[in-house]
Design a protein around this ligand. Structure first.
Ligand SMILES: Cc1cc2nc3c(=O)[nH]c(=O)nc-3n(C[C@H](O)[C@H](O)[C@H](O)COP(=O)(O)OP(=O)(O)OC[C@H]3O[C@@H](n4cnc5c(N)ncnc54)[C@H](O)[C@@H]3O)c2cc1C
Length: 357
């Protein structure tokens, strides 16, 4: 990836290089428009690099997210071929596990204190990616199509009437024909500059191990008696991801300053070898926390900023930001360039429904 300074010939400016910003940039760049992505920390440095990367086709059925999730699940299957890169996409079997009597349908690597409680999905309906690799690959592919990556902090916006004219990056204007705000939970900072609904942050902790023997292609949702539902995902590259312990850990203004709660990490470390004995002596690659961007009605904000002709927002994807990144990017590119999205109706996600007074 290349990085450039803040000067710009205009074009579309995407603020934030998480999964949502990267997918939006790739779909826009694929249409031949000039795209500049601005990131203050590092691509996939926040939730998009620390998430589970679990994908489900039908878990949002019956909700306003159904079409977005189903379109995204289909796009996830296509994208490695379309982009020509590998980010660990694979289909998985998905099980609910917890303390109980063994059924004979447990993964061979599951600890003896746990049993299969039910089947939540199979290789037709559930899948996974390495979310950091996915995000960086989409961004890298956008750059290969001519997009630019600017390292800098988005600090404000310059307005001319009902249009935005520039994004202020590290004190300097970056001219923009249109702006997409994809700052994840940090979109709340933009509420001072634009009439945006409130975006909150829900923290979740995780560990990443590299056991000597790879586990199987099963995703586990765990009832461990704590009231929490940890999730364990062996990945295609042999690493194993375990997350859980959501806390109200405050969101620092600087994404680089995010720090986990040691107690939550200790609890996950104690759980890991009970769930999968192969993790007992496996090297720990990461012990981390990240923040899901959340909205008041638990639906994302995808669409035009009320009252601004060339400003768009894409955030608030909560627990499904990796799943829903592709269809969000696709729909936003269609909305911006064609005036209407072709594959997914974005009206349930219109920011105006919750817009600040
Ligand atoms: C523990 C955990 C597990 C999860 N598991 C799953 C899962 O299995 N499947 C799934 O679909 N989703 C999952 N999620 C949710 C998913 O990770 C998020 O919804 C998604 O990553 C949000 O992506 P984003 O691009 O909106 O935000 P982010 O990834 O937060 O990206 C925002 C970017 O903006 C940058 N930024 C912030 N402020 C500025 C600024 N002023 N200027 C420039 N750049 C800035 C940040 O550095 C960051 O790179 C999980 C989340 C957590 C916390």
């Amino acid at each position: 990836m290349t990085e450039t300074d803040g000067s710009s010939p205009g074009g579309l400016v995407v603020c934030g290089a998480g999964a949502i910003g990267a997918a939006t940039a790739w779909f826009l760049a694929g249409r031949g428009v000039q795209v500049t992505v601005v990131e203050r920390h590092e691509p996939a440095g926040a939730a998009s690099g620390k998430s589970g990367g679990f994908l489900a086709a039908d878990w949002c059925d019956g909700t306003p997210l159904q079409a977005l999730a189903r379109r995204s699940f289909a796009l996830h299957a296509e994208l490695p071929g379309r982009v020509g890169r590998d980010w660990g996409y694979r289909r998985v079997d998905t099980l609910a596990v917890g303390p109980g009597r063994r059924t004979g349908h447990e993964p061979a690597w599951l600890g003896p204190g746990f049993a299969t409680l039910g089947v939540l999905g199979d290789r037709g309906s559930t899948a996974q990616v390495d979310p950091a690799a996915f995000t960086r690959a989409l961004l890298g592919a956008a750059l290969a199509l001519g997009a630019r990556l600017v390292a800098g902090r988005v600090e404000g916006l310059l307005r001319g009437g009902d249009r935005l004219e520039a994004v202020i990056v590290d004190g300097r204007p970056l001219r923009a024909d249109a702006v997409v705000l994809a700052l994840g939970p940090w979109t709340h900072l933009a509420s001072g500059w634009l009439p945006l609904p409130r975006v909150g942050a829900l923290a979740g902790h995780s560990l990443l191990f590299r056991p000597t023997v790879p586990l199987g292609a099963q995703a586990l949702f765990v009832s461990d008696g704590s009231g929490d539902t940890p999730e364990l995902f062996p990945r295609a590259d042999g690493t194993v991801y375990l997350c859980g312990r959501s806390t109200m850990t405050p969101l620092p203004d600087d994404p680089a300053a995010v720090r986990p709660d040691p107690r939550a990490i200790a609890e996950l470390r104690a759980l890991a070898p009970r769930l999968a004995p192969a993790l007992a002596d496996a090297p720990l690659l990461a012990a981390q926390v990240c923040h899901r961007p959340v909205t008041a009605d638990h639906l994302p904000l995808i669409g035009p900023v009320p009252g601004r002709r060339n400003a768009y927002v894409a955030t608030g994807h909560g627990p499904w930001g990796i799943l829903n990144a592709p269809a969000t990017g696709e729909a936003l590119a269609e909305l911006i360039l064609d005036g209407t999205p072709r594959h997914v109706d974005l009206r349930p996600f219109d920011p105006a429904r919750l817009a600040a007074a």
